[in-house]
Design a protein around this ligand. Structure first.
Ligand code: ZN
Length: 147
């Protein structure tokens, strides 16, 4: 039987790793930098690595577009972190600071924050605007990652 792999982008160095599907990716290490591929928390990304994360990951990728001055964004941050701790390695959780990365915010036409987007193989599968509490956020992610 041939082994099946899935591609997981390293949160530290953005190297695309091939991880056997039958082994939990939770304990997998990056072949390049040898750090853990999943640490149970959101990964802050810049425009440099953003495309690699959303296009090369075989798992769905959630992105929280936020800014430090945005109260609702800060209010939702702990819920987003808990969702990452719970739902990794099924889903990758990214954060984009729209103040530091205005080009990404423009590319995805972010008009109001927080905006959470869910990507599957580089395409936007779902998006939602406005802060959500933990249970709603997790339910929303699970609903759109299923199938
Ligand atoms: Zn790495």
């Amino acid at each position: 039987m041939s082994e099946e792999f899935q591609h997981i982008v390293c949160p530290h160095c953005a190297t695309v790793n091939r991880v056997p599907k039958n082994r939990s990716a939770k304990d997998a290490k990056c072949g390049n930098c040898h750090k853990a591929l999943f640490e149970g928390k959101p990964v802050a990304v810049s425009a440099q690595t953003f495309a690699t994360h959303i296009e090369r990951n075989d798992i769905p990728v959630g992105v929280d577009f936020w800014a430090p001055w945005c109260g609702p964004c800060r209010a939702m941050a702990p819920a987003y972190e808990r969702a990452a701790a719970k739902l990794e390695p099924m889903v990758r959780f990214l954060k984009v600071n729209t103040e530091e990365e205005p080009a990404l915010a423009a590319q995805f036409q972010i008009r109001s924050i927080p905006t959470v987007m869910l990507f599957k193989h580089g395409r936007v599968a779902a998006q939602t605007v406005g802060a959500m509490n933990g249970p709603s956020l997790e339910a929303w992610i699970l609903h759109h990652t299923a199938g």
